[in-house]
Every structure is written in C-alpha cells, then in structure tokens.
Design a protein around this ligand. Structure first.
Ligand SMILES: [Fe+2]
Length: 397
C-alpha cells in the first residue's frame, strides 16, 4: 500500500498530498496487510457544546474554520443542531441540544463543552467491528448503512474511555458534504484566515491506575502500537505528576497519548480535569500547522489565550544547548511563548491554549513538526509548571 492510498477523503479534499501530510504530522511506512483493524485516518472530532449556534460562529471567526454541513430541525433532526466545520483535513462536528430531553443536553450537563466522539475513517467497518467484538470491545452501534442521494456510508461505533466513543466510517461510496441527514451549508460570516491544516494527535485523560488498561485496549481492540513512553518522574514537577504513554495506528496517522494522574504533593492537572469533566475524556487536540508563528500571531490577535511560558525557559543554557538550531531566532519563539523540543529525528515547535470552554478541561495544542515524531517530552516540565500556575489562579491546586 502506498502512502497516497492511505489519505482520507477529507485529506484529499484539502488537497494535501501524502508527503505534505507526512511532514505535518509525521507518518511512517507500515504493512497494512497484517493489520487486524486498518484505520485510514481521522474522520471527525464530535463535540457536545452548550450552544452550537454560537460555537460554530466562534470556530469560523476565531479559528478560521469553514462551515460545510448542517443538521437540525429544518432537516428533520428535532433532537439537536449540528454544525460541521473544516480546516484543511480537520473536521469538527459541533452538537447542541434542541430538545430538552436530547442526549446531547445530558452529555453537556455532565461534561461541559467537550469531545464525545473521535470518529475514524476505516476501509472496512465490518472487519473492524468483528475484530473489536472478538477482543471484548463494547459495540455501541452495530454496522449499518446510511444512504441519501449522494450515496451510502457504512458506519458503527465502539466505546472507549469514559463516555467517549469511536465512530467508524467508511465513506468510500459517498460524495455528500458530510453524512446522510446533513445538508451542505456554507459560512455566512467573514471567516478568519486558516491557521491549521491537519489533526496530529488526540490526548485522553484516564483515571489513576487505568492508563495501562487503555493502552492495552488500543493494542488488542484496534491493533495500535506503542510510540513513546514517559515515566512519571520525567514529567513530574515539585507538586504534581502524571504518567503518559502513546499508542498509534499503523502508519501513525492516528496517535493517542493517554495520561493518568500519579501521586504528587498536590492535586495534578489530570485530577482537576477528571473532576471537572466528571470522568475520563479528551484532554487536548493537537492541530498541525506549517507556520506556527503566524498561527499564534493570528489567534492572539483574535483573542485566544495561550499558556504563558516562563522566560527562564528560553534562557536556560541546558535547553539552548539541547534544541540547537531551529528555523527562526529563539527570540521569535520567546516573544510568542512557543516551546521547542528536539529528538534524534528532528525538532518540533508547540504551544498550548487555555481551556476552550467554561470548565478547566479540553484545550488545543498547535504543533509544527520538523522531523521529530515526538510529543514534546522535554517541554512537559516547563509546560506543567505553567499549567499549575493557571490551576493555582483558579483555586484548584
Ligand atoms: Fe500534545
């Protein structure tokens, strides 16, 4: 299988070729023939929010996403409204309850604005579900066809951590704007400039002592393999610590870091997430950009708050020595609070936003990769110290 065959329909739509995508998110060659659960790539990140009408506006104006599809009472969906937005190869679906008895209202009541479904495009839904079921997965939606005048989508869903699910979608026989039941809808507001092109990784926070259970879940159920392992002491600050492991699909198109809290002197940021999200869930989405300086400048001008990086981070001689030469002067990174990490394969630039909703839960990372296939382990300590300052300001530390 060549890399080009592994592009999702959304990636082809975004006119990303495999080489560009590989530069953006770091792909590897692999043998799909022996994969028990082949995954083509990300399909959509589905959010339950308190007000999808306003959130859709926000993601267009601030994050530069394009409205492409809609479902709601006008289209026969009396339960909730759903706005489908895209930026490059990234697709978000934002759901907000219309019917007070909607399950979306319950999801929002429990978790606040957050991710309820990390949907994946797969070439064979039935094969994936058969394998997942045989390995003990909870199948939430059995494989079935959805059809309209644009063709047929085959889909199913399996449960993962917390109340999160993975919907599996085969859209190879479908040409509509999103899924049957959704109509094409385009932006009516002046969208901001596009600031990200692809989804790099999606991080899950799980309960203390459960990380290995979920790593094993992705190994057994979905055939994912380990990418990296961070032991607690690597990413401990004086007060709080976490454990993190990363699993990835065969070609690394889909990467899931999984965090659990570990014992620190005070409550860790993972504990805070679990309390305010009321259980495990998606902690952050890493969005790939090929120009993180412009991304940060643009978003900051539109009012996005990023986690501050201590100036000591940039003056630390050990860090300076470790990161070596990067594509811009370090002063350019310092003035924007952008972090750098380097490993044997190259380096990456990254920055994290403040939580996107009212609760201190889900946030975004922006990442610009230059060969590195890592996640910024060298930055975890600096990052956590910054997060803990914010946590202390909220009185949750
Ligand atoms: Fe990340």
């Amino acid at each position: 299988m060549t890399m080009d065959n592994t592009l999702t329909s959304q990636e082809r739509l975004a006119e990303l070729d495999a080489e560009q995508l590989s530069r953006l998110v770091g792909l590897v060659e692999y043998d799909a023939g022996s994969d028990p659960f082949p995954v083509t790539g990300w399909d959509a990140v589905v959010w339950a929010v308190g007000n999808a009408t306003q959130a859709a506006h926000f993601y267009q104006v601030v994050y530069g996403m394009e409205l492409v599809a809609y479902s709601g009472p006008e289209t026969g969906n009396r339960d909730h409204q759903a706005y489908v937005l895209r930026s490059g190869a990234v697709r978000f679906e934002l759901r907000g309850a219309v019917d007070p008895a909607s399950p979306v209202a319950d999801q929002h009541r429990r978790h606040g604005d957050g991710v309820v479904d990390v949907a994946l495009e797969v070439p064979d839904v039935d094969r994936c579900v058969a394998h997942a079921r045989a390995q003990g997965a909870s199948v939430l939606v059995e494989p079935h066809d959805l059809s309209d005048e644009h063709g047929t989508v085959r889909t199913a869903a399996i449960a993962t951590y917390g109340e999160t699910r993975h919907t599996l979608v085969d859209r190879s026989r479908y040409s509509g704007p999103y899924l049957p039941g959704y109509v094409a809808r385009s932006s009516t507001v002046e969208r901001g400039k596009r600031v990200f092109q692809a989804l790099d990784h999606v991080v899950g926070n799980v309960e203390m002592g459960r990380m290995d259970t979920w790593v094993d879940f992705y190994h057994r159920i979905m055939g994912f393999t380990d990418m990296a392992e961070f032991v607690g002491s690597d990413i401990a600050t004086e007060y709080s610590a976490l454990m993190s492991k990363v699993v990835a699909s065969g070609n690394h198109r889909v990467k899931f870091p999984l965090n659990e809290p570990s014992i620190g002197k005070k409550r860790s940021q993972i504990d805070e997430f679990l309390d305010f999200h009321a259980g495990p869930g998606v902690q952050h989405l890493a969005l790939a950009t090929n120009d993180i300086l412009t991304t940060v400048d643009t978003l900051r001008a539109r009012g996005v708050t990023f986690l501050p990086t201590p100036s000591s981070y940039y003056t630390d001689p050990a860090l300076r020595a470790r990161i070596g030469e990067v594509r811009v002067p370090i002063e350019e990174l310092e003035s924007r609070g952008i972090l750098v990490d380097r490993d044997e394969d190259g380096y990456l630039l990254q920055i994290f936003t403040a939580p996107v909703g009212d609760r201190p839960t889900v946030f975004f990372e922006f990442i610009e990769r230059h060969g590195s296939l890592g996640f910024g382990i060298g930055n975890f300590k600096a990052l956590f110290e910054a997060i803990e300052r914010e946590q202390a300001r909220r009185g949750n530390f």
